[in-house]
Design a protein around this ligand. Structure first.
Ligand SMILES: [Zn+2]
Length: 295
């Protein structure tokens, strides 16, 4: 559609942003952040007609830049090579991604990952969690001291962000590195209410990473734009520095609807985790298979 030689290398009037989700490069395309081969070629093809006349010379693919992976300069560098501003391209890419599908991850502790394959992932229901908490306290005699003051303990924990929400992340690297307590203990709210008594949560279940193929149409436009910026930054770093490792982004999608079973595509049980609630002590799960794996 665009002829590379006919593009002006001068101030540029952006074209009208294309209709959401109608971009053939991305429509129904499945990709995984960690596996750059699933999206770098597509992003290269998508970006190709958007470069200024001397854009590739400015970018200098393969020309190493001594920048941290998360330096904002990567995005700025790409912006200087493209016609129109980088924010325009981030928004256009976000729109194009609307009907693509991203592999995402959700950390939990469960006896049976099969429940996620059968029932999907549910929004945080505080009443249901409270019933689970009461059952845990009733079943564990070492928590007997909590029984009479459970309501007080609940009132003391001010975690409300997750009510009616569900979080998945684009890269499990950061989740495993910094937030493994979701896999070690399960529910963050129950863990917080139990305090030191949280060790009872280690008696059952297996640390589990659930894999979800998330249609990006369920993300908000603002979240898609933020993710598009990560992709453009990482594309630039990879194109220049040719690294053999991916940027470990800490990127969450906050959902307001349940994830249906059809989107749940895999699970795994990490063997060793660093516990952020125990000064990053090494936690080795005694079990690495759930009922769904076959005990
Ligand atoms: Zn399993």
């Amino acid at each position: 559609m665009h002829d590379i030689d006919s593009r002006a290398d001068t101030p540029f009037d952006p074209p009208i942003i294309s209709r959401k989700g109608d971009d053939p490069v991305w429509k129904m395309h499945k990709f995984c952040w960690k596996d750059a081969g699933t999206w770098m070629p597509q992003l290269s093809a998508w970006l190709a007609p958007k470069f200024r006349k001397d854009g590739l010379r400015r970018l200098n693919p393969g020309g190493f830049r001594d920048l941290p992976w998360d330096d904002p300069e990567w995005l700025a560098l790409l912006g200087r090579c493209l016609a129109a501003g980088i924010e325009y391209h981030a928004e256009t890419l976000a729109n194009a991604l609307e009907f693509s599908i991203l592999r995402t991850f959700h950390g939990c502790r469960t006896d049976d990952a099969g429940s996620y394959f059968r029932e999907g992932l549910r929004l945080h229901d505080r009443d249901a969690m409270k019933q689970r908490l009461i059952a845990i306290v009733d079943q564990n005699d070492e928590l007997a001291g909590m029984r009479t003051r459970l309501d007080i303990s609940i009132a003391e924990v001010d975690i409300t962000l997750d009510i009616g929400r569900l979080f998945v992340v684009a890269d499990d690297t950061a989740l495993l590195e910094r937030a493994a307590h979701y896999l070690i203990y399960g529910s963050e709210w129950i863990t917080a209410v139990l305090g030191r008594g949280r060790h009872v949560l280690l008696k059952t279940g297996v640390p589990t990473m659930i894999e979800v193929d998330l249609p990006l149409s369920v993300a908000t436009p603002a979240t898609r734009i933020a993710f598009a910026r990560k992709m453009l930054s990482e594309w630039t770093r990879r194109t220049c520095n040719l690294p053999d490792w991916h940027a470990p982004i800490d990127f969450s999608f906050c959902l307001h609807e349940n994830i249906p079973p059809a989107w749940v595509v895999g699970h795994s049980h990490p063997v060793q985790l660093r516990d952020p609630l125990e000064r990053r002590q090494l936690y080795k799960s005694p079990r690495t298979r759930c009922a769904y794996c076959g005990l």
